[in-house]
Design a protein around this ligand. Structure first.
Ligand SMILES: CCCCCCCCCCCCCCCC(=O)SCCNC(=O)CCNC(=O)[C@H](O)C(C)(C)COP(=O)(O)OP(=O)(O)OC[C@H]1O[C@@H](n2cnc3c(N)ncnc32)[C@H](O)[C@@H]1OP(=O)(O)O
Length: 220
C-alpha cells in the first residue's frame, strides 16, 4: 500500500486551503449550533431549507475523494482531510498535536476540549470518540519515533467519565518495540492530572511503506 503524496507549494493552493479551513471551522460552529438549538419547529424547517441550498452549491463542485496527504510549503506533511486533525474536515475536533520528548520516545501531547456533539452518556463524551482521539495520538507517537504504521489493536480503559466543555490533555509515547511492531501508551487526563482514559495501541509498520515515514512534522 502507498500513500498519495502531492506537493503544493504555490501560494494559490495554500490560500485556497486557508479558505477551506475557514469554511470547515464555520461548519463545525454550525454543527455545534444545531446540537444545541432551541429554535421553534418552523424556524428549524426554514434553516434546513437554507442549508440544503448551500449543500447543493458545494456538491456542484465536488472532488472525487477527500484531500490526500501532501507536503505543505513549509515541508510539513499535511492531511487536510483527516478525521481527527484535518483542517478541511468538519468532523475533525481538530486535534493539534505537539511533540513532547519529555514523556519518552515519540512523546506527544494535545490540548483537547470535547464539545456537546461528542456526547455519549448524558453530559459526557462517547467512548468511541475518546478511542478515536487515542488511536490517532498513539499512531502519531509511533510515526514521530520513525515507526509509523497501522493500528493492529487498540485497548482502552475508561477510568472515569470524560466531560465535554472542559480543557483536557491527551498524551502518548512509545512503550516498547519488536521488529515491525510498536506498542504505544497514552491517556486523557483532566487539568488536575486525574486520568480519565488509558490506552494502549499496537502499531504495525507494513513491509512496503513510503520513504518519508519518520514524519517529523505532521499537521492537518
Ligand atoms: C507518508 C508517510 C506517512 C507517515 C505517517 C504519518 C502519519 C501521522 C500520524 C498518523 C496517525 C494515524 C493513527 C491512526 C491509525 C489507523 O487508524 S490505521 C486504521 C486502522 N487499522 C487498519 O486499517 C489496519 C488494517 N490491517 C492491516 O492493514 C494489516 O493487517 C496490518 C496491520 C498492516 C498488518 O499486516 P501485515 O504487515 O501483513 O502483518 P503480518 O505480516 O500478518 O503480521 C506481522 C506481525 O504483526 C502481528 N499482527 C498483525 N496484525 C495484527 C493485529 N491486528 N493485532 C495484533 N497483532 C497483529 C502478527 O501476528 C505478526 O506478529 P509476529 O508473528 O511478527 O510476532
Amino acid at each position: 500500500m502507498t500513500f498519495d503524496l502531492a506537493f503544493t507549494e504555490d501560494a494559490d493552493a495554500e490560500s485556497r486551503l486557508e479558505a477551506l479551513a475557514a469554511l470547515t471551522r464555520q461548519t463545525r460552529e454550525l454543527m455545534d449550533a444545531v446540537a444545541l438549538t432551541a429554535a421553534p419547529e418552523g424556524e428549524l424547517a426554514e434553516i434546513a431549507g437554507e442549508l440544503a441550498v448551500l449543500t447543493e452549491r458545494l456538491r456542484a463542485v465536488s472532488r472525487q475523494s477527500t484531500h490526500p496527504f501532501h507536503i505543505g510549503s513549509d515541508g510539513t506533511l499535511r492531511h487536510v482531510g483527516n478525521a481527527v486533525i484535518g483542517s478541511g474536515n468538519p468532523f475533525a475536533l481538530p486535534l493539534v498535536i505537539e511533540p513532547d520528548p519529555s514523556t519518552g520516545e515519540g512523546g506527544v501531547r494535545a490540548d483537547v476540549t470535547f464539545r456537546p456533539i461528542h456526547e455519549g452518556p448524558p453530559g459526557s463524551v462517547h467512548g468511541g470518540v475518546s478511542a478515536l482521539i487515542m488511536d490517532h495520538l498513539l499512531g502519531h507517537a509511533a510515526a514521530l519515533a520513525g515507526r509509523g504504521g497501522f493500528t493492529g489493536t487498540l485497548t482502552l480503559r475508561y477510568v472515569r467519565r470524560v466531560p465535554y466543555g472542559e480543557p483536557l490533555a491527551a498524551t502518548a509515547a512509545v512503550a516498547r518495540t519488536e521488529g515491525r511492531k510498536t506498542w504505544v501508551e497514552g491517556r486523557i487526563a483532566d487539568q488536575a492530572g486525574t486520568v480519565l482514559v488509558e490506552a494502549t495501541g499496537l502499531f504495525i509498520t507494513p513491509t512496503q511503506w513510503p520513504p518519508m515515514r519518520d514524519a517529523p512534522s505532521v499537521a492537518g
